[in-house]
Design a protein around this ligand. Structure first.
Ligand SMILES: *[C@@H]1O[C@H](CO)[C@@H](O)[C@H](O)[C@H]1NC(C)=O
Ligand SMILES: *[C@@H]1O[C@H](CO)[C@@H](O)[C@H](O)[C@H]1NC(C)=O
Ligand SMILES: *[C@@H]1O[C@H](CO)[C@@H](O)[C@H](O)[C@H]1NC(C)=O
Length: 260
C-alpha cells in the first residue's frame, strides 16, 4: 500500500535529528481515514519542529514515563515495578452469540493481536502514539506470521497476544530473539470504561474498556502487570440481533508491561 510506505519513513524521521519532512503522495488518498491520517501528519509536523528546537535526539528512557492521566480510574502499578515495554496491539476481539436469541448479549471469548514496539514513540510523544493507534485501525490487519511493521509506521513486531486454551489472556514478548522480555499469562485486576474521546472502531463501535491485568503463575522475565489503555474500537454490539454464532471485531490498543 502506497500510504504505508509513505508514512513509514515519515515516522522513522519524526523524532530523530535531521528529519526529512513528510511528502504527501496523491496515490495515498484514503477516503475512510483521511481525517486520522491528516491529524497524524499535523502531529508529526509539530514533533519535527520540537525536535529541531531541542536539537538533541530524545531518549527512549521508560523510567520517567507514566500511564496516561485518564488511567487514574484503574489501580496504579504496584510499588517496586518498573515499566519495561509499551506495545501497540492490533488485532481482533472475538465474541460468540446465540443466533436464536436476539436479546442476548454477545459473550467475549478472547482476543488475538500482534504487538508492535511503541516504547520510543509512547515515551517521547504520547499524543503521536495515540493518533498512530487510531490510524493503524484503518490499515489492513497484520497476519501474525508475516507482519513485520505496524502500518502506517515502521514499528517492529515485539510480541503476540492471544488467549490460551483455557481462556487465559497471554502475552508473549519473546518473539524478538535478540531482546527477549518474557511472557505473561494474566487475569483482570481492574477495568474502567474507555474515555469518551477514545477512538471508535471500523463499524463505529465504541472502544473496549481500559484494563489492569496481573500475572498468573508461569510468568517469565519478571513480568508482573499489564495495562490496556488508549483502546480504539473492539466492542461488540449490545445484542446478538443479526449476529452469527461467532464473530470478530477489530481493535487497536496500547499494552504497557511492568516487571520486577
Ligand atoms: C435470551 O437472552 C436474554 C438475555 O440474556 C435472556 O434473559 C433470555 O432468557 C434468553 N432467551 C432464551 C430463549 O434463551
Ligand atoms: C523497542 O525499541 C527500542 C528502541 O529502538 C529498543 O531499545 C528496545 O530494545 C525494543 N524492545 C523490543 C522488545 O523490541
Ligand atoms: C478468534 O480469532 C482468531 C484469530 O482471528 C480466529 O482464528 C478464531 O477462529 C476466532 N474465533 C472465533 C470464535 O471467531
Amino acid at each position: 500500500m502506497h500510504a504505508s510506505l509513505l508514512l513509514v519513513s515519515a515516522l522513522a524521521a519524526s523524532v530523530w535529528a535531521a528529519p526529512t519532512y513528510p511528502q504527501v503522495d496523491a496515490d495515498a488518498a484514503i477516503p475512510d481515514n483521511i481525517r486520522a491520517i491528516s491529524e497524524y501528519f499535523n502531529l508529526l509536523a509539530s514533533k519535527v519542529q520540537d525536535s529541531r528546537i531541542l536539537s538533541t535526539p530524545p531518549t527512549c528512557d521508560l523510567s520517567q514515563v507514566s500511564l496516561p492521566a485518564a488511567a487514574a480510574g484503574l489501580p496504579p502499578p504496584s510499588a517496586g515495578l518498573t515499566l519495561k515495554h509499551i506495545a501497540i496491539g492490533r488485532g481482533t476481539q472475538n465474541y460468540t452469540c446465540d443466533p436464536r436469541n436476539s436479546t442476548a448479549a454477545p459473550v467475549p471469548t478472547g482476543a488475538v493481536a500482534t504487538l508492535f514496539n511503541a516504547s520510543c514513540v509512547a515515551a517521547t510523544s504520547p499524543a503521536l502514539a495515540s493518533v498512530l493507534g487510531r490510524a493503524a485501525l484503518h490499515f489492513s490487519l497484520p497476519q501474525s506470521a508475516s507482519a513485520r511493521a505496524l502500518s502506517p509506521s515502521n514499528l517492529a513486531v515485539s510480541g503476540r497476544h492471544y488467549f490460551t486454551g483455557d481462556g487465559v489472556p497471554f502475552f508473549d514478548l519473546d518473539v524478538a530473539p535478540q531482546r527477549p522480555l518474557g511472557a505473561i499469562p494474566c487475569g483482570k485486576a481492574g477495568a474502567m470504561a474507555a474515555p469518551a474521546t477514545a477512538g471508535r472502531g471500523l463499524g463505529g463501535e465504541s472502544a473496549v474498556p481500559w484494563l489492569k491485568l496481573t500475572a498468573k503463575p508461569g510468568a517469565t522475565g519478571g513480568l508482573q502487570e499489564v495495562y490496556r489503555v488508549e483502546t480504539v474500537g473492539g466492542s461488540a454490539p449490545a445484542t446478538c440481533s443479526g449476529m452469527p454464532a461467532g464473530f470478530e471485531v477489530q481493535y487497536v490498543t496500547q499494552y504497557w508491561f511492568y516487571a520486577k
